[in-house]
Design a protein around this ligand. Structure first.
Ligand code: GFB
Length: 309
């Protein structure tokens, strides 16, 4: 990929897609296509085919997906499976039909077995049962990875898949019922501080461990890989470090400036006990995350305040 290329970002208005668009613009890409939902329904195979035929991007990033936190995944199980299968098959299949040679599909670290050895290497895929709370989403993402691999194998396409760890940053969703943990905690801690309440409600036991990557770092990694013409197998993208949900809540409280205590709601699921990616393949390719968690949470909180404060 180079700056003369026409680069399309599917899902360009979401958390990941908008970070990709920011990164491409900052990197001097003048020909970036990021259709909104109103312009293109990415789940509509015929519409996607027509759009790709008409615009003929040189490169396609697939950041479009139905995403959500543990509760949304666990309750809207059919939607997560069906919507994601629709979106990715119309985009990957449509890209092939339109003759697009280079594509990057973004998955998620929940594709790996629930009890995978930590840190999780790319080779752990399909070696054990998945975490039940997000199994439908994970199955859809695994299908996307396998479709990219099959396109490469059967048709010689450079369709690669990358697996980001849990993401956060500007443009995130703060709906407490459907969001991921980090935006939820930013909102909960902010609201507790505003109301003068000491208790910060935390789902589950607080013991699960997660790895968090600032979304602009993810976008940087994706562009870096495409500029290197990465055409290898499935690749993890993360920081290589994890933190417990308790520690995370305390860090958010410190950034927001709230002193209080954690109140656990153990009627909510913990999900997988630990999810830390092995990023040695990515590091060997010369890329490393730059934003510390404290710095990233401060940036996310500033975005939250600007939008909802
Ligand atoms: O981010 P999260 O929703 O999803 O939750 P997963 C991570 C952990 O934070 C779980 C706890 O142990 C939650 O119980 N948690 C504590 C909370 N308080 C809260 C809260 O207020 N809201 C939320 N949402 N969690 C998702 C998958 O798994 O990760 C998706 O469901 C996707 O498929 C995504 O892969 C990256 O990390 O457990």
């Amino acid at each position: 990929m180079n700056k003369q290329h026409r680069v399309m970002v599917a899902g360009g208005t979401g958390l990941v897609g908008s970070a990709l668009v920011r990164r491409l613009h900052a990197g001097g890409y003048a020909n970036v296509l990021a259709p909104t939902r109103q312009t293109l329904d990415v789940a509509d195979a015929a519409a996607v085919r027509a759009y790709l035929q008409q615009h003929q991007p040189d490169v396609l990033f697939i950041a479009a997906a139905k995403v959500g936190g543990i509760q949304a995944n666990n309750t809207h199980r059919a939607d997560f499976l069906l919507d994601n299968l629709r979106i990715q098959t119309s985009l990957i299949g449509g890209a092939h039909e339109a003759g697009i040679q280079r594509l990057m599909f973004l998955g998620s670290s929940c594709i790996y077995p629930r009890m995978a050895v930590q840190p999780i290497t790319e080779d752990a895929l399909l070696t054990g049962p998945l975490e039940p709370t997000n199994e439908p989403y994970a199955v859809a993402k695994i299908a996307g990875i396998k479709l990219c691999e099959a396109m490469a194998h059967q048709h010689g396409r450079a369709y690669v898949s990358v697996m980001p760890t849990n993401l956060y940053g500007p443009g995130d969703h703060y709906d407490l019922a459907t969001s991921h943990v980090l935006p939820a905690l930013i909102r909960k801690v902010h609201e507790a501080k505003q109301r003068g309440e000491a208790a910060v409600p935390v789902w589950g036991t607080g013991t699960p461990r997660r790895e968090f990557l600032f979304v602009d770092d993810l976008a940087d990694a994706c562009v870096y890989l495409m500029e290197q013409a990465y055409a290898g197998p499935l690749l993890n993208i993360g920081t290589g470090e994890d933190i417990s949900i308790c520690e995370l809540t305390e860090l958010v409280m410190s950034v927001v400036g709230h002193t209080g205590h954690l109140q656990f709601d153990t009627s909510q699921p913990d999900g997988t006990p630990r999810k830390l990616l092995d990023v040695s393949r990515l590091t060997a390719l010369g890329w490393q995350a730059r934003t510390s968690m404290r710095e990233g949470i401060a940036l996310a909180y500033a975005d939250y305040l600007a939008r909802f404060g």
